[in-house]
Ligand binder design. Structure first.
Ligand SMILES: Nc1nc2c(ncn2[C@@H]2O[C@H](COP(=O)(O)OP(=O)(O)OP(=O)(O)O)[C@@H](O)[C@H]2O)c(=O)[nH]1
Length: 189
């Protein structure tokens, strides 16, 4: 919503594409919504899948399901327009399931310049285990997608007191935090 408002204020044409079949409420105008193309509930029922399996199924079929709609919409956009693909946050989609890697290739073939903005909740900065998992998640997306990539800490208004501990981090520092914050007898490795 903030990104949309920012673009509006700066006079940039922006179109938001919702790729999360579970997202329901939007504080901004949505140009395209995956829910118009594929229904998570129907996939769960027809394929006898749980919510996570059904989401991955929807994403795996993104390429075919979105292609025609995207082609129609792109005809209405100019070369200077921005399109924001708001992706679901499930970690599988950016680690071992190559759906977004394939989707990015599809966009590149349409001559669209693609960039990644990876939002990480500031609560990932509250202890060393969360910090490490957040870094690994972002790194995995960077390695898998191979695109210009910006990592952004979101929900900074929550003002966690530990936030600044993790802003400058190197291996010796991480090692110290792991030692001080865990009881594990194996931690010396
Ligand atoms: N405090 C605070 N809460 C926020 C902010 N942005 C979103 N939220 C709240 O966080 C909750 C989850 O929202 P998001 O993290 O935006 O949800 P999402 O991006 O669809 O989640 P993903 O599944 O990861 O894509 C909602 O209750 C939002 O109202 C923020 O800047 N500050």
């Amino acid at each position: 919503a903030s990104l949309y408002q920012h673009c509006e204020t700066r006079g940039r044409a922006v179109h938001i594409v919702n790729l999360d079949p579970e997202a329901e409420n939007f504080d901004y105008q949505v140009a395209m919504d995956i829910k118009e193309i594929i229904s998570l509930d129907e996939v769960m029922e027809e394929r006898k899948l749980g919510p996570n399996g059904a989401l991955i199924y929807c994403m795996e079929h993104l390429k075919e399901s979105l292609d025609d709609r995207l082609k129609e919409e792109l005809d209405n956009f100019t070369d200077d327009d921005y399109i924001v693909f708001d992706c679901p946050g499930q970690i599988e989609l950016f680690t071992y399931v190559p759906v977004f890697k394939n989707f990015v290739e599809q966009l590149k073939r349409k001559n669209i310049n693609v960039y990644v903005v990876c939002l990480l909740d500031s609560q990932f900065m509250t202890d060393v285990a969360k910090f490490m998992s957040g870094c690994m998640a972002s790194l995995s997306a960077m390695v898998q997608l191979e695109l210009p990539h910006v990592n952004i800490l979101s929900k900074m208004d929550l003002k966690y007191h530990s936030l600044f501990l993790f802003l400058v981090m190197d291996l010796p520092n991480i090692s110290e935090y792991v030692k001080s914050e865990t009881q594990n007898k194996e931690r010396k490795t």
